[in-house]
Design a protein around this ligand. Structure first.
Ligand code: ARG
Length: 459
């Protein structure tokens, strides 16, 4: 036991299990060792420990790292946490020299450092995966700038858009998600070591040297805050919750689009599942699971917020509970992205069915009203006239395109035969040529811009 001076007894074994975080924080072994190596080099540079001893420590820490990675060294599940495990393994191997490593450091600033290092990596990984998702969405959008489909409000067919326009809405969302993660990265990229337990240290540390060795952009400016701040993690869990919310909305649409009621898309067999009893079934399980897993990611955010809300400064053991929330959200968002990308890439777009749905539901009614308004009728009156026309068409089981010119003229003499061109779905989409609109020209322009943004970021 590391604190055997103060204590006369071994810890109770159930209490040890309860207290231990090794089962989950062992995934930070690499960050822990890398942080320790930097700390040790700094101690030697400052003359706080002997140069030779520091070299011995660094060398053995590297050995421990490679032994863990090569499965030669098993992480002891009885250790309290990964920090204690690495330190005691070091001391086991090189004796009392190993005991010098923890000079001017506490597990409180050590764990804060490790989580920041871990999250910096994972944020980058998640951004990479989001970019892969963007690439497939953009690819599908490029293939469908002319694919007319109904746009919906209240789940009622509303106005004509294209499938590309619909997908590009998600592209905007995921672009914002990347921005949020990048800002999150900047606030995570601050080095807390040197805060020690809570009150800094009397040793003459060079914190900026450790910052440079570990590739951080700055150091924390208050030792109490350095050990008790988890804002960067809360921000991360919030950002991942927003990503999952976006993935979940997309998933919900895919579930609907796969239904016989819509049949706008068909998923590849490799990304669908069957039923154990109903031979005809092909279920979009993946998207349902993404929708479901969004709940646990929200739960993780609520969990960490609740842990932090009542904590006095500085470190409290409650904070050990932060890690499972963080790890679970990292794992969940990554597996969702990894699974969705090829599923979307291989899905078949059933353009004819989208077109058929677009022909029904009077989604060109606004265009019909606009037609009258452009002929000088005030829009409100044009709206009402079109409403009468739609009611007439419903009663006669026809679409607007199927009404004869006579039927049009019975309702308003402003109608001419150019009405058919004006309410043709292609025209309706083409003419929505405002920036941000569904006209193929606009969508193509935006696709090009986004590709440039992504290219610049990749170089
Ligand atoms: N396992 C602990 C955690 O994850 C490390 C820090 C413990 N510090 C302490 N003074 N008990 O938070």
């Amino acid at each position: 036991m590391l604190w055997e001076g103060r204590f006369k007894k071994e810890i109770d074994s159930k209490t040890n299990d309860f207290n231990s975080s090794i089962s989950f924080d062992k995934r930070m072994y690499k960050e822990d060792i890398t942080g320790s190596i930097a700390h040790c080099k700094m101690l030697a540079k400052q003359g706080i420990i002997d140069k030779e001893e520091s070299e011995k420590i660094v060398e053995e820490l590297k050995n421990i790292l490679s032994d863990i990675e090569n499965n030669v060294l098993e992480i002891d599940s009885n250790a309290e946490d990964i920090h204690m495990f690495i330190e005691s393994e070091l001391t086991k191997r090189i004796g009392s020299t190993g005991k010098r490593l923890h000079t001017a450091r506490s597990r409180n600033d050590q764990v804060a450092l490790d989580i920041r290092m871990y999250l910096k990596n994972e944020i980058k990984e998640i951004i990479k995966l989001l970019k892969e998702l963007l690439n497939v969405l953009i690819k599908k959008a490029e293939e469908n700038t002319q694919t007319v489909m109904p746009g919906y409000t209240h789940m009622q067919r509303a106005q004509p858009i294209t499938f590309a326009h619909h997908l590009m809405a998600y592209v905007e969302m995921f672009l914002r998600d990347i921005q949020r993660l990048e800002e999150n990265y900047n606030r995570t990229n601050i080095m807390p070591l040197g805060s020690c337990a809570l009150a800094g240290t009397t040793y003459n540390l060079d914190r900026n040297y450790v910052q440079d060795l570990l590739g951080f952009s700055d150091i924390t400016k208050n030792s109490l805050d350095g050990v008790s701040d988890r804002d960067f993690a809360i921000e991360f869990l919030s950002n991942v919750s927003i990503i999952m919310m976006h993935l979940s909305r997309l998933s919900e649409e895919i579930v609907m689009w796969c239904s016989w009621e819509f049949k706008f898309i068909e998923l590849d067999d490799a990304f669908s599942t069957g039923s154990s009893i109903m031979p005809q079934k092909k279920n979009p399980d993946i998207t349902e699971l993404v929708r479901g897993k969004t709940g646990r990611v929200y739960g993780n955010l609520m969990g960490i917020l609740t842990i932090m809300k009542g904590l006095p400064l500085a470190y409290n053991k409650d904070m050990q509970e932060d890690k499972e929330f963080i790890f679970d959200s990292v794992d969940t968002v990554k597996i969702c992205l990894v699974t969705l990308v090829p599923m979307i890439d291989t899905m078949k777009v059933l353009k004819d069915n989208m077109k058929k749905a677009a022909l029904k539901g009077f989604i060109n009614a606004t265009d019909c009203a606009d037609y009258l308004a452009k002929k000088g009728i005030p829009f409100r009156d044009a709206y009402k006239t079109t409403g009468i026309l739609v009611a007439y068409a419903i009663d006669n089981d026809k679409t607007l395109n199927e009404l004869s010119l006579d039927e049009y003229r019975k309702i308003s003499d402003k109608f001419d035969k150019d009405i058919y061109e004006a309410i043709d779905l292609k025209t309706c989409v083409m003419n929505r040529n405002v920036i941000g609109g569904p006209a193929p020209e606009q969508v193509q322009k935006r696709i090009k811009e986004v590709k440039e943004i992504l290219n610049i970021q990749n170089n």
